[in-house]
Design a protein around this ligand. Structure first.
Ligand SMILES: CC(=O)N[C@H]1[C@@H](OP(=O)(O)OP(=O)(O)OC[C@H]2O[C@@H](n3ccc(=O)[nH]c3=O)[C@H](O)[C@@H]2O)O[C@H](CO)[C@@H](O)[C@@H]1O
Ligand SMILES: C=C(OP(=O)(O)O)C(=O)O
Length: 430
């Protein structure tokens, strides 16, 4: 089993480059299914989710080459192969295969997706959208079966501004007959990125990035070349690290506008954040003030940065409250940082953190992707040698994180360790 080993208390200094956005990548790749000629996507992050999607596209007959962040997808030989199990369960975003395959083949069978366990993550709004477009949708033994004679444009009001449902409906609607209107659409930057790719493929989409998206169906879509946007969540993670244990860190390849809520909260804590066009510089912070945070849909504070931020708040002078309004169970990391000495408790949808605390190294487990990022920050701050287990969660979403942090001066590496069975441990104990 591979783990991350971190020797803490080494200040971070220098420049770190952000990779392409995970949550764009995982939609851009399935979007290529809709084209009638090859699609090239540049700047993709080298993360497990991207590799899994490459495999999934190959499973349905696509020709996919991926090298140095550049993926060339030839969708012409793809078929409507059912995928009720297997790789679809390794990531959340396999749900985009539903919209893309329904759009192209008018049918699809896709197993319910995996991804981070953060409380219930229903896909009822995706299904409501597909049904409004004319598809028959059934759930059979944990797989979603979709079939349509014809997809017809429709007006769809989303009960929740879901990122996944907004993108999935766009994917299904671009080749439908007539006009689709998505109301109460999500406004995340990744939605604009996917709409840009689809538009360059020949789709007619207006309003992406606002809460009303209008799509005029077209007969076919062609290949194109697209460069992905930078990952605002990865960038935000490094901003939080810089505020926690930085000695002057430049974060390169960012769109500062995408991180306004995070920047505002860091400034409220007393952290200086200097923005340039595509870079953010955070000098060594002095003392940190506590702040309260409430996660909201974009442009509010992103839920995906809530967990890393809680670790920073253990270093602030006083108590902070973090409330997650998006997910009901996104505080599993609090138990793990408590092992390291964090003074923290969870009450309902809020975590209360009191600092400043000198964290101590421990062996901890990543329960999900951003919990893993939070544990890396805690390990960088802690006295002693921290070991982080279940790192596959982290590698679903952070490209090259070990090398990037080593370049900033962190003492972190990936190592294989022997695992002991419960029986072996019991024998040793007796
Ligand atoms: C692959 C990807 O892009 N993942 C991101 C995406 O997840 P994902 O697309 O799954 O998140 P959504 O925006 O859909 O979910 C937001 C909220 O709406 C609820 N909901 C969603 C869909 C639905 O049909 N019914 C419903 O009730 C969810 O349970 C959740 O409480 O946006 C989340 C919110 O910014 C991020 O945390 C994830 O990193
Ligand atoms: C929740 C996340 O990912 P996913 O939706 O892919 O599980 C995340 O990126 O923080």
């Amino acid at each position: 089993m591979d783990v991350y080993k971190i020797a803490g208390e080494k200040p971070l200094k220098g420049t770190i480059k952000v990779s392409g956005a995970k949550n764009s990548a995982v939609a851009l790749i399935p979007a290529s299914i809709l084209a009638n000629s090859p699609v090239t996507i540049e700047g993709l992050p080298e993360i497990l989710d991207v590799w899994t999607l490459k495999t999934l596209l190959e499973e349905i007959g696509g020709n996919v080459e991926f090298d140095d962040g550049r993926m060339v997808i030839d969708p012409r030989s793809m078929v409507d192969m059912p995928m009720p199990n297997g790789n679809v369960k390794k990531l959340r975003a396999s749900y985009y295969l539903m919209g893309a395959m329904l759009g192209r083949f008018k049918k699809a069978v896709i197993g319910l997706p995996g991804g981070c366990h953060l409380g219930p993550r229903p896909i009822d709004q995706h299904i409501k959208g597909f049904e409004a477009l004319g598809a028959q949708v059934t759930n059979e033994h944990g797989a979603i079966y979709l079939r349509a004679e014809e997809l017809r444009g429709a007006k769809i009001y989303l009960d929740v501004s879901s990122v996944g449902a907004t993108i999935n409906i766009m994917l299904a609607a671009v080749l439908a007959t007539g006009k689709t209107i998505i109301e109460n659409a999500a406004k995340e930057p990744e939605i604009i990125d996917v709409a840009t790719l689809l538009t360059n493929m020949g789709a007619k989409i207006k309003g992406a990035g606002t809460n009303v998206i209008r799509i005029e169906g077209v007969e076919e879509l062609h290949g194109t070349n697209h460069t992905i946007i930078p990952d605002r969540i990865e960038a935000g993670t490094y901003m939080i690290m810089a505020a926690a244990i930085g000695d002057g860190v430049t974060i390169d390849n960012v769109i500062p506008l995408h991180l306004e809520a995070v920047t505002a909260k860091l400034r409220e804590m007393g952290v200086e954040v200097m923005e340039e066009e595509e870079r953010i510089f955070i000098p060594k912070p002095k003392s940190l003030k506590p702040v309260d945070i409430k996660t909201l849909v974009y442009p509010g504070f992103p839920t995906d940065l809530q967990q890393p931020f809680t670790v920073l708040l253990t270093q602030a002078n006083g108590s902070s409250i973090v409330t997650d309004t998006i997910y009901s169970a996104r505080f599993k990391h609090i138990d793990e940082i408590s092992r390291m000495g964090a003074v923290a408790k969870v009450e309902g949808r809020s975590a209360i953190l009191t600092g400043p605390t000198k964290l101590e190294a421990a062996t901890v487990t990543a329960t999900d992707l951003r919990a893993g990022a939070a544990l890396i920050i805690a390990g960088l701050l802690a006295k002693g040698n921290t070991e982080v287990h279940d790192i596959f969660h982290i590698e679903r979403g952070y490209s090259d994180i070990i090398a990037k942090l080593q370049d900033l001066g962190a003492d972190i590496h990936r190592e294989s360790i022997e695992t002991e069975s419960a029986n072996q441990a019991a024998k040793r104990f007796n």
